[in-house]
Ligand binder design. Structure first.
Ligand SMILES: Nc1ncnc2c1ncn2[C@@H]1O[C@H](COP(=O)(O)OP(=O)(O)OP(=O)(O)O)[C@@H](O)[C@H]1O
Ligand SMILES: [Mg+2]
Length: 221
């Protein structure tokens, strides 16, 4: 199995963080030491003397090792807007992110990197999630937030990942809309069209339970 994965999604707010934490738990249950990373985050609060993002704090909390926040989230911006706007005049440097990732690699068996937004969402003015995933040379896990419209978003993202040359290790279906009609029919359609394994169907939960979700995941080969 790969020593890392880049977790992308069909959109913002589709379950990437919950899925990443469930994947971390699933890998940890195999006895692996697993850490998470959110390279660029927009939407932060001032805590403990710095800007802190709630996704990155969860990744820090569920990591196998006690890690310094700056390695998990090297770029944290206050406004809750697209990172290419939130970054203002800050130069978001790829080498800084790659160095933080390489450091995390030395701290365990596996690193899960959560993107921001979707595959083509910009992470700064110059480049986007797709560019970072290629630079990290990681297989991709695609989180499909299952709701009306997700088929188009999922297939566009699938095609774009293929065109980037990245490997899609698998995908997760997250039932973010608990009242989604014809959930199973939508899922069956996506299973036919996405040529990588479905790693799990994560149900709609009233509150997060990452250990429970982890048990529903089949890890990629
Ligand atoms: N399995 C689930 N059951 C119920 N609600 C969920 C589930 N997964 C995610 N959610 C809800 O959707 C919200 C967004 O999930 P999450 O934070 O994982 O999305 P994201 O794709 O990481 O968003 P962002 O683009 O902000 O990083 C969560 O706050 C939670 O309320
Ligand atoms: Mg998130």
């Amino acid at each position: 199995m790969s020593s890392g994965f880049f977790v992308t999604g069909t959109d913002t707010n589709v379950g990437k963080t919950w899925s990443t934490l469930a994947l971390m738990r699933a890998l940890q249950r195999q006895g692996l030491s697993v850490n998470g990373m959110k390279p660029v985050a927009a939407g932060c609060e001032w805590l403990q003397g710095g800007w802190r993002n709630s996704d990155a704090l969860l990744l820090q909390q569920y990591a196998s090792r006690a890690l310094d926040y700056r390695h998990i989230n090297p770029y944290a911006f206050q406004p809750s807007v697209s990172p290419h706007i939130a970054c203002g005049n800050t130069d978001v440097r790829l080498d800084v992110i790659l160095n933080a990732y390489r450091f995390l690699k030395t701290q365990g068996d596996c690193v899960l990197v959560e993107g921001a937004g979707g595959w083509f969402s910009p992470l700064c003015r110059a480049w986007d999630n797709a560019y970072l995933a290629v630079a990290l040379q990681l297989p991709i896990i695609l989180v499909v937030g299952v709701r009306l419209g997700c088929i188009n978003h999922a297939l566009l993202t699938y095609r774009a990942i293929q065109q980037s040359g990245c490997e899609l290790a698998g995908w997760l279906a997250v039932l973010i809309d608990k009242d989604m009609p014809e959930f199973q029919a939508n899922l069956d359609f996506l299973k036919q069209r996405i040529g990588s394994p479905l790693l799990g169907v994560l149900p709609h939960l009233p509150s997060p339970d990452f250990a429970y979700l982890a048990a529903l995941i089949t890890l990629p080969k």
